[in-house]
Design a binder for this molecule. Structure first.
Ligand code: SF4
Length: 150
C-alpha cells in the first residue's frame, strides 16, 4: 500500500478530527478527479506498519478518527490497519469511489463514503449527489450532515 500524504482532516467526517491517509493506485479514473496523482501506485511511498503505528500513536488524544481515502484494493492490509486503529479506540472511515466494499472491510468501519465522483451530480454537500455517507452499523444515510443549514 502506497500513500501520497497524511493530513489532519476536519470536514470529511462530521464532528471528528481525522488522520487522513490518501492511498495511491485508484483504478476508477473519475472524470474531473480532484487528485489524479492518486491514480499511479508508485506516485506514493509505502505505508509501512511502522509509519502507520507511529502516526496513530502520535495523534492519540488529539485526533478521534482514522480515515482512508482509497486503499480497498489492498484488502488484507487495509483490514489489518483499520483493526489496529479500532484497538486504539479510533473511529474509522473509508472514502471509496466504489458503490460497495467487502464485508471484511465493512466490519472494521464506523462510516463509509461510497460512489465515484460525477461532476454534474456534485459531492456530498449537494442534494443531487450520487455519493453516500453511511454509518455502517446502523446503515443510516448521513448525507444531511454535509448540507449547510441542515
Ligand atoms: S475515486 Fe476518488 S481518487 Fe479515484 S479517480 Fe475517483 S475521484 Fe479520483
Amino acid at each position: 500500500m502506497y500513500y501520497s500524504n497524511i493530513q489532519i482532516a476536519l470536514q470529511e467526517v462530521p464532528g471528528e478530527i481525522s488522520i487522513c491517509f490518501s492511498i495511491c493506485g485508484c483504478k476508477l479514473h473519475c472524470k474531473g478527479c480532484h487528485s489524479p496523482t492518486l491514480w499511479k501506485e508508485k506516485n506514493g511511498v509505502p505505508l509501512t506498519l511502522e509509519t502507520y503505528k507511529h502516526t496513530l500513536n502520535k495523534y492519540k488524544g488529539f485526533a478521534s478518527c482514522v480515515l482512508f481515502m482509497g486503499g480497498e484494493w489492498h484488502e488484507p492490509q487495509l483490514v489489518n490497519y483499520l483493526h489496529y486503529a479500532r484497538k486504539l479506540d479510533y473511529k474509522t472511515c473509508l472514502y471509496t469511489g466504489e458503490d460497495r466494499v467487502s464485508t471484511n472491510i465493512l466490519r472494521e468501519l464506523t462510516w463509509i463514503k461510497t460512489g465515484k465522483w460525477i461532476s454534474e451530480l456534485g459531492g456530498l454537500d449537494t442534494l443531487s449527489t450520487n455519493q453516500k455517507f453511511t454509518h455502517v452499523q446502523s446503515n443510516a444515510l448521513l448525507n444531511h450532515l454535509f448540507i449547510k443549514n441542515h
